[in-house]
Design a protein around this ligand. Structure first.
Ligand code: RIB
Length: 310
């Protein structure tokens, strides 16, 4: 696949803020238990970080994309940023800070394609609300602003506020879930995008969300937290959405978009491909249902390829 996406129609611009990581991926037959050593792993290095992955996915889906992020002045951060630039994303807003290590993720992938991720956020922790203020005009020009939770929650909150003020659509991927995030972040989202675990977390822990039927109810319940719309991704089952309609949100439209059957190789970053694709389609004026349908297709394809950017 070529890195650069097709040229974007006017107005289809997406502003992403979020993490940039170098992904160190161990392919293992099985993960070791506590105190155990397994010695059959193979090491791969990929470019990652939820923010960077989502920016690349949006560009591949045809949007004009800018990325606001932070890396250290080290070799770890160099290639991930360069690769985002090669995908056609404007990386001129990426901040470099000295004295901190760039973000890194340590990922094990088992033969069924499932991943387990430990992140050392490093420089991603240094993206502050003031950095968002400094690029306020660029953010306000975008039709869609996208954020996730691998950067400080207050920075995400600032972006959500500015996006709403400027009339941009704020797509929030609440991943990983951050208990300390102000609830205003979730309220600003349109849509809030979560997986089943994140949905359960937001809805109050002891209620699990499993499968499409359950998730349809959960997506409607998530609207009770204030976002105008909510999407729950379901891996091989696709995704569901719920959207408040009418002048005061008096009615709710919802639906389930199933995924095509695929043979998973690596599920890492499939959610990021989903979010970036969704954002690009919303920026082009697609309905939420159309955007979710396209995102489900792109996310399913991504799991058939190695690495977080599929
Ligand atoms: O969502 C997948 C991403 O999460 C990986 O690329 C890793 O860097 C972590 O940020």
């Amino acid at each position: 696949m070529s890195d650069a996406g097709p040229s974007a129609p006017a107005g289809a611009s997406v502003f992403v803020l979020g993490s940039v990581n170098r992904d160190f991926v161990l392919k293992v037959a099985r993960r070791p238990g506590p105190g155990e050593t397994v010695t059959d792993a193979t090491l791969e290095r990929h470019n990652g970080g939820k923010g960077a992955n989502q920016a690349v996915a949006a560009a591949r889906a045809g949007a004009s994309v800018a990325l606001l992020a932070c890396v250290g002045e080290d070799a770890i951060g160099e290639e991930p940023v360069r690769s985002v630039g090669r995908a056609g994303v404007d990386v001129s807003l990426v901040k470099r800070v000295s004295g901190v290590t760039s973000g890194a993720a340590f990922i094990t992938v088992t033969p069924d394609g499932e991943n387990a991720i430990t992140v050392a956020p490093g420089a991603n922790r240094h993206l502050f609300p003031e950095d968002v203020d400094a690029v306020r005009e660029r953010l306000s020009d975008a039709g869609v602003v996208v954020a996730q939770m691998e950067i400080p929650p207050e920075t995400v909150a600032r972006a959500g506020l500015l996006a709403r003020e400027s009339g941009a659509r704020f797509v929030l991927n609440f991943a990983p879930p951050r208990p300390e995030a102000p609830r205003s972040v979730v309220r600003a989202a349109d849509p809030l995008v979560v997986n089943e675990h994140e949905a359960a977390f937001l809805l109050g822990g002891d209620r699990p969300v499993r499968g499409a039927r359950d998730a349809l109810g959960a997506a409607r319940d998530l609207l009770g937290l204030g976002p105008n719309s909510a999407v729950i991704t379901l891996g091989p089952e696709g995704a569901v959405f719920a959207e408040a309609r009418g002048s005061n949100g008096s009615s709710v439209a919802s639906g389930h978009l199933p995924a095509p059957p695929v043979e998973p190789v690596d599920t890492t970053g499939a959610g990021d491909t989903f979010v970036g694709t969704l954002a690009a389609h919303l920026a082009r004026g697609a309905s939420l249902e159309e955007a979710v349908e396209a995102a489900v297709r792109a996310g399913s394809e991504a799991v058939t390829r190695e690495g977080a950017r599929g």
